[in-house]
Every structure is written in C-alpha cells, then in structure tokens.
Design a protein around this ligand. Structure first.
Ligand SMILES: [Zn+2]
Length: 117
C-alpha cells in the first residue's frame, strides 16, 4: 500500500483547508492528511497503529479529483475496512454474549446468597 501518511510527517507543514485533521484512535495524536486519503487506513506517525481517515461530512467521492484507478483503490480500501469492521462486530458480539453469561451466573450467586440469609 502506498505510504500516504508522508503528508502527516512534520508539524511545520501548513494545514490546508482541503486537509483532513483527526485524532489517532490509539494515542490521540493529531493526524493530518490530504483529503484524497478520506476513507483510507493509514499508520499513525506516533504510535504506528492503524487509523481510519474519516470522510468529512457532505463529502462525496465525486468531489474527489481522482482518476478511475484511484477510485478503485479507494473502493478496495473501503471494502477491506468494511470487512474488518464486520469481523470486529462479530468479536464484540461474542464478547457481549460471554459478558451476559457471566452476569447471569453472578446474579444467580447473589440471589442464592440473599435467599440463604
Ligand atoms: Zn497513534
């Protein structure tokens, strides 16, 4: 994958109106990227964690000055991120199920404790 986060490198660079600013979900580092990186996954310059570049409100793909190849790359990246999000949801659902089961057991124990008194 192309190294898009080169643009986020230094703080001396001026932030353009067309740039997207967002905080790294892992370390909170302020990341700045060219608007064409919207929807793509980049690596945080500070912690190296992967961060999804937010797509600004009201921004449409048609607004992007991209050729077909770049749009296709975006599409692939978006699909990949979508699939990853789906996996994440499945994991969270499994985690939630486990927590519910634990909670049910704990409630039973507490209920038994109360009835024994
Ligand atoms: Zn980070």
């Amino acid at each position: 994958m192309a190294n898009i986060n080169d643009t986020t490198e230094s703080h001396e660079t001026e932030i353009l109106d067309t740039d997207i600013e967002f905080a790294c979900p892992h370390c909170g580092e302020n990341l700045v990227i060219d608007y064409r990186g919207a929807g793509l996954e980049i690596k945080c310059t500070k912690c190296g964690g992967s961060a999804l570049v937010p797509i600004p409100d009201g921004m449409k793909l048609a607004d992007l000055d991209l050729d077909k190849g770049e749009i296709l790359m975006q599409l692939f990246a978006t699909r990949r991120n979508y699939m990853r999000a789906e996996l994440e949801i499945q994991k969270l659902k499994a985690c939630l199920k486990q927590m519910k089961e634990t909670l049910a057991v704990m409630q039973e124990v507490v209920a038994e404790g109360i009835s024994e008194k």
